[in-house]
Design a protein around this ligand. Sequence first.
Ligand SMILES: O=P(O)(O)OC[C@H]1O[C@H](OP(=O)(O)OP(=O)(O)O)[C@H](O)[C@@H]1O
Ligand SMILES: NC(=O)CC[C@H](N)C(=O)O
Length: 606
Amino acid sequence: PEINEGLSLLQHRGQDAAGIVTCGPGGRFYQCKANGMVRDVFDAGALARLQGSMGIGHVRYPTAGSSAHAEAQPFYVNSPYGIVFAHNGNLINTSELKRFLDAEAHRHINTDSDSEMLLNIFANNLQATGKFRINEEDIFTAIGGLMKQCHGGYACVAMLAGFGIIAFRDPNGIRPVGMCRRKSSEGADLGDDWCFTSESVVSDALGFEEFQDVRPGEAVIITRNAVSRRVLTPQATSDNGYAFAPDIFEYVYFARPDSVLDGVSVYRSRMAMGDRLAEEARRVLAQRGETVDVVIPVPDTSRVAALQVAQKLGIPYREGFVKNRYVGRTFIMPGQSQRRKNVRRKLNAMALEFKGKSVLLVDDSIVRGTTSREIIQMARDAGAVRVVMASCAPPIRYSHVYGIDMPNRHELVAHDRSVEQVAKEIQADVVIYQTLQDLISSVQQFNPSLRSFDCSVFDGKYVTGGVNDAYLAHLEGLRSENAKIKAKSTRLPNGAGSEDTRGSGAIEAAVAVATPPGEGANDPKMAVPEHTEMVVKQDEPERARARNGSAVHNGIKEDVTRNHSKKESDGDGYLNCNGPMGGGDELGSSSHNGSEDIGLHNDWRR
Ligand SMILES: O=P(O)(O)OC[C@H]1O[C@H](OP(=O)(O)OP(=O)(O)O)[C@H](O)[C@@H]1O
Ligand SMILES: NC(=O)CC[C@H](N)C(=O)O
């Protein structure tokens, strides 16, 4: 239940699919995952069948592959040791990794998900130890190797059956993940519960404390007996180090305002963006000899900044648009037609606040221009005489390749367009953008030790290297709207499944990763972003151990029980949990994935 709670707090990061895998007695994994929002995928029955004292959760916002249910996370691979894995981010060298996994590692990848590749690289590196029992040192070595092989943005959580929970973050720290602890809810003598999460809001809400960010290039391993952490890549202080460059778009749009990422309150940074945007608006309006009567935010994300703009300019702030709280985020929906349709479903203009006025609309960002176009028309329809559009972010002109789904430059309204041309495109009288330096300052002022950010969508500079025109053209082919529609139409509709897997229940952990909804706000088959959170409870006295990978048996049994038809304890005492939405027929991950009802059985040996 706590993982479920954590995922619901991270829902804004991914609306496409949700999943939880727990590790219960005997090292058996129990799984429930499907397309849809957290509330659609899990119910009390499904949660009750997710046994164990550690677990991982994920909410998905697809940035690679499709919205197919087979790509819902967490992923599982049986060998070596039994690994469950969840990833927030996006890899940029998947062609190379695919070739390596096929030709050299001889590992079959069954989906187009980059996360499945990441898991298999990790598994392959662990396998290379050739050990029957592994230890922390082996895991650090495996992840250190992975960080050399895998390029892009990644914040990951993994669970080794009966051993413990692991989190790691890419060498540039592009995507966020942090950790926190609390006294065990089961009793003081049981030590601490631990949680990894994409955003600190989960820590606050679940009663954890001492939140700290996983450092760039760092891996953290939590077993029943110890917490081990190590930075595995050289940092920018050395000559050939990696620059710490968290994605600035987290502060602009992606993260919740009540989270603190890398030492910066998202809320405060958005206030600062509003303050600086007000100065820019004052300058531009004065230059044009214009005035505005009212400041109106485009809910939700921009509200914090818009209030500051109004206060700084000394102009009334009005909530001219009311948001339907039951419609999710539109930007993270998977298709342009859904995004467009849902802007109107999501927002309603109150004519009284617009009639006869010159309005200054404030949004956090203008990406494809979908929202702005609709909103501006709605403002005019409601009687606005002039519409000035202000954005807390600078013009977005370049692809995002590290975990926000804007891979196609040509879909961006500001790509190859001047500010005046953007205004024409979205039918605004004037468009005002924050400058990049002001955006950076708005975040950096709260943590001056953050010396750089990934600002690639604004300046076209990619912190990992390896992103050139040829790559971007390739990506655009893979991820264009047309390609996504095609991928979707060639896949079968999904279902959900709750399954069991068995592991040694040593530690309890919950990990949550999020993604936005796809088509139609309340349609469970929507897609969005993702993140990661986990709770670990040290409450079992057994000694955690890992297993020999190569000898592990992976029995996949067809079990078509659906609709929560709880199958009573099977012969050996393990529950077989069948999911809330059955169906589907495609396997993701190397050994098992997908939301069809498939039981996972790992042989459990010490
Ligand atoms: O230019 P576009 O391609 O339309 O993208 C930008 C818009 O998308 C987001 O809204 P969203 O509904 O996702 O989220 P919010 O409710 O958090 O503001 C964002 O806040 C902008 O309004
Ligand atoms: N938003 C994400 O973190 C996406 C994870 C992964 N790239 C996927 O598409 O599933």
